[in-house]
Ligand binder design. Structure first.
Ligand SMILES: NC(=O)c1ccc[n+]([C@@H]2O[C@H](COP(=O)([O-])OP(=O)(O)OC[C@H]3O[C@@H](n4cnc5c(N)ncnc54)[C@H](OP(=O)(O)O)[C@@H]3O)[C@@H](O)[C@H]2O)c1
Length: 269
């Protein structure tokens, strides 16, 4: 059976690693056409090549910093040109995945650093707003198109050291809800996919390259994998055009709650 996503245009931010890279490969396997953005272009090129191998009808990539309006606008101008080179004004985007973001540090508010707070609010909140504003002209006349925002369980439940990240993801949740109201009647679908703990480069970035500290987050437990989230994104985007998956919260079985993670004891020989 032909996939509902075959030849559809999918734009993924933060496609150089983790959920974004896994989503690129998963949409590729459906025969979709990909527009991939992130700051590390060498990594993006690798993901684009893997996506072509996985079956993408087309896979294109370009540097993108969602924290910079000029970068976002230049990316969307390139996207238009790539989708319809002869008539960029006729370009139609089918799926926008606002995935770029992450956490910086795990400091209490008392110890918090301006650059971490600003970085988290820039990428997770303003990045989603900027990308969506720039992409909407390619979507509003395309009923059944989808905006899939990546939120987090952190946007729903606070934890110590997570004030700014939780605030940012709660912001993403409210943006998603407001946007769904604003777009009512256009046929554009708006969803938030909110994962719990998943093993990606997330903790390595949060702990600024401290691999031991990042590794400890997942020690003894089975977290979600990037592929699990990618499978969900494909499923949400391929529902019939009249179906909107509003909010989807997904956690690993071992994570019953944000503070309750089952960890297996290391085996002693
Ligand atoms: N892993 C988890 O436990 C978890 C749980 C819930 C939600 N999330 C959310 O899921 C999303 C993806 O994270 P991940 O777990 O896949 O982590 P990841 O492996 O670190 O991926 C983050 C991606 O975002 C990109 N990115 C970061 N800042 C950017 C910017 N300013 N402009 C463009 N791209 C940017 C990174 O690319 P470059 O560095 O190359 O720009 C990278 O491709 C994030 O929004 C994160 O908050 C993660």
């Amino acid at each position: 059976m032909t996939s509902a996503l075959k030849n559809k245009w999918i734009l993924i931010t933060g496609a150089s690693s983790g959920f974004g890279a896994a989503a690129a490969r998963a949409f590729a396997a459906e025969g979709a056409r990909l527009l991939l953005g992130a700051r590390r272009v060498d990594r993006l090129e690798q993901v684009a090549a893997e996506s072509r191998q996985a079956g993408a009808a087309e896979a294109h990539c370009r540097g993108l910093d969602v924290c910079q309006t000029a970068s976002v606008d230049a990316f969307l101008a390139w996207a238009r040109q790539t989708i319809t080179p002869r008539q960029p004004s006729d370009a139609r985007l089918d799926v926008l995945i606002n995935n770029a973001g992450g956490a910086l540090g795990l400091d209490t508010v008392a110890q918090g650093k301006d650059e971490d707070w600003e970085g988290m609010l820039q990428s997770n909140v303003l990045g989603v707003l900027r990308m969506t504003r720039a992409a909407l002209p390619l979507m509003v006349s395309n009923p059944g198109s989808s905006i899939l925002n990546i939120g987090s369980v952190a946007g729903r439940v606070a934890y110590e050291g997570g004030a700014a990240y939780c605030a940012a993801k709660a912001g993403e949740l409210m943006i998603t809800r407001a946007l769904r109201l604003e777009l009512n009647g256009t046929g554009v679908r708006v969803s938030t996919i909110d994962p719990g703990m998943a093993e990606t480069e997330f903790s390595l970035v949060r702990f600024k390259g401290d691999a031991d500290r990042a590794h400890k987050v997942y020690e003894g437990t089975q977290p979600l994998l990037a592929q699990d989230v990618a499978d969900i994104l494909v499923w949400v985007a391929s529902r019939p055009p009249h179906v909107n998956i509003d909010e989807l919260l997904v956690k690993s079985v071992d994570q019953a709650a944000i503070h309750k993670v089952f960890r297996r004891k290391p085996k002693t020989e």
